[in-house]
Ligand binder design. Structure first.
Ligand SMILES: NC(=O)c1ccc[n+]([C@@H]2O[C@H](COP(=O)([O-])OP(=O)(O)OC[C@H]3O[C@@H](n4cnc5c(N)ncnc54)[C@H](O)[C@@H]3O)[C@@H](O)[C@H]2O)c1
Length: 256
């Protein structure tokens, strides 16, 4: 899609997990819509390369190291981005991880690894940024990257599905509490997109079988998320809060 460069002019956005996959793409799209973009992740070398690409296309980006499981790292990363780019208007809470194993094989450590990033990390990030938005009184938009596994089930992803369902409820409860502060909290629930999190899966027979169950018979292309992302990031969605936009080629309404 052709992005209107003025949609997010003057806004500052922060994207977590911007070093790869969907997060990298979200950061580029927000920059092409005119936002100054904070790039946060553990792999800062990948972020530096992305920042260079954004500035080569006429945008502005700042890089910070971030581990979303560590509240001190979060506070430092948010402060660093705000001091370099200005107050954050848009947070894309994108960091995520998964461990693919049968539920009886998942260990306590596997559970903690997944839930600490996908749910606790998203909560810590969203509250750190929302507190600043509330204190400034200018509002803002928080976009949680959920999943169709918030709503339906699949094998071998129990901690992931539980954490994403929790994140969807966190979206709604934060939306309820923060509406009076002008802070909107919405989610995007992607269907299946080929990234590091599911590397190689779509080349396997189970992966191909999964694609045959998607009504549009294909996995998502990153650009399929651009419209929902820009809608939720911009004032075009000013009367939306507590919503989750499902972007899945019809997967959630597939036939039983
Ligand atoms: N790819 C899909 O099919 C799909 C579907 C639904 C939802 N999602 C969600 O989209 C988001 C992006 O995933 P992706 O598919 O691009 O995979 P990805 O593995 O490429 O991206 C995940 C990002 O999260 C970062 N991350 C992991 N742990 C972190 C931590 N402790 N601190 C900071 N960053 C951390 C990783 O470094 C990486 O940049 C995730 O929340 C994922 O659950 C993906």
């Amino acid at each position: 899609m052709t992005v209107d460069r003025s949609v997010l002019q003057g806004k500052v956005a922060l994207v977590t997990g911007a070093s790869s996959g969907l997060g990298r793409h979200f950061a580029s799209v927000l920059a092409s819509a005119g936002a100054k973009v904070g790039l946060a992740a553990r792999r800062t070398d990948a972020l530096q390369a992305l920042a260079a690409d954004i500035s080569a296309s006429g945008g502005k980006a700042a890089v910070t190291r971030l581990d979303v499981t560590d509240s001190k790292s979060i506070a430092a990363a948010v402060a660093a981005i705000e001091s370099e780019l200005g107050p954050i208007d848009v947070l894309v809470n994108n960091s995520g991880t998964s461990v693919a194993k049968g539920v009886l094989e998942q260990t306590e450590q596997d559970w903690d690894d997944v839930v600490d990033v996908n749910l606790k990390g998203a909560f810590l990030m969203a509250t750190e940024v929302a507190r600043r938005m509330r204190d400034r009184g200018q509002g803002g938009s928080i976009i949680n990257i959920e999943s169709i596994l918030s709503f339906r089930q699949a094998g071998h992803v129990a901690p992931y599905a539980a954490s994403k369902a929790g994140l969807t409820q966190l979206t709604r409860t934060m939306a309820l509490e923060l509406a009076r502060n002008g802070v909107r909290v919405n989610g995007i629930a992607p269907g299946y997109f080929a990234t590091e999190i599911n590397q190689g899966f779509f080349d396997t027979e189970p992966g191909q079988a999964l694609i045959r169950r998607i009504p549009q018979r294909r996995v998502g292309q990153y650009e399929d998320l651009d419209g929902p992302l820009l809608l939720l990031a911009s004032d075009a969605s000013r009367y939306m809060t507590g919503s989750t936009l499902v972007v899945d080629g019809g997967h959630l309404c597939s036939s039983l």
